[in-house]
Structure formats: structure tokens, C-alpha cells
Design a binder for this molecule. Structure first.
Ligand SMILES: [Zn+2]
Length: 124
């Protein structure tokens, strides 16, 4: 579930080229199908999910670290194949083959926050 969320985030960034201002697009039912298709396509390529620990002293990529507490020296990066990388402390699967099929249940946009609810069918 959690790994699917990373993929979903990456799909949103790629499709709408913007982290936060894609709500207008989502009002169209078509976009919902497109997102499902793109997410499932990424999942179905059986990407390995790996983690690495990087030092904050020489950050080599542009991660959003604004939510990090002070005093942290290393962060854990979760990579989903070459598809997505982001800092995370959550639990992840080893390969997207374990995710199953992704379906969007509903979405809404309130107070500047887009929420997408989704479910995953068990992998066959
Ligand atoms: Zn995560």
C-alpha cells in the first residue's frame, strides 16, 4: 500500500508537472482513468524497491527535506526502481510485483489539499 503511494506521487508529478496544483485536472473523470493506467503500468514493470542511507552533509539530489526535524544527519531514501526516489521511514515491499492492481476510489480537494483514496487488488 505504502509503496503504491510513492508511485502515485511520482505519477502525479510526472503527469501534471507540479506537486500541488493538479486539482483542476482531476475534476475530469478521464484523468482518473489515466492516473490508474499509468500507476498500474509502473507497478507491472516489477520494480525492485530498495533503500539507501545518505548523509545530509552532501545531498546529491533534490529531495524535499523541509519536514525533517533538526539535528538529523542521515536520511533513508526509498527507491522504486529508477521510477521514484524519496525520503521515507515507512515500511516497504521488496518489489512492485507484490502491490497488485491499483484503483482510485475517490478524490476530493479541500483547503488546498488533494486527497486520493485508492485500493489495491491482491496480485494474481
Ligand atoms: Zn514510503
Amino acid at each position: 500500500m505504502h509503496s503504491a503511494e510513492h508511485i502515485l506521487n511520482q505519477v502525479m508529478v510526472r503527469m501534471f508537472n507540479c506537486g500541488r496544483c493538479f486539482s483542476a485536472h482531476l475534476n475530469k473523470k478521464k484523468s482518473k482513468c489515466e492516473i490508474e493506467t499509468v500507476v498500474n503500468k509502473a507497478i507491472s514493470t516489477n520494480l525492485d524497491v530498495t533503500e539507501e542511507i545518505i548523509s545530509l552533509e552532501k545531498p546529491n539530489r533534490n529531495f524535499n527535506l523541509t519536514r525533517l526535524p533538526d539535528g538529523i544527519e542521515t536520511i533513508r531514501i526509498v527507491n522504486i526502481g529508477n521510477y521514484d526516489s524519496c525520503p521515507c521511514i515507512g515500511e516497504h515491499i521488496d518489489n512492485t510485483i507484490e502491490i497488485g492492481e491499483f484503483h482510485i476510489i475517490s478524490q476530493d480537494f479541500n483547503d488546498g489539499v488533494l486527497r486520493i483514496r485508492y485500493k489495491l487488488d491482491d496480485p494474481e
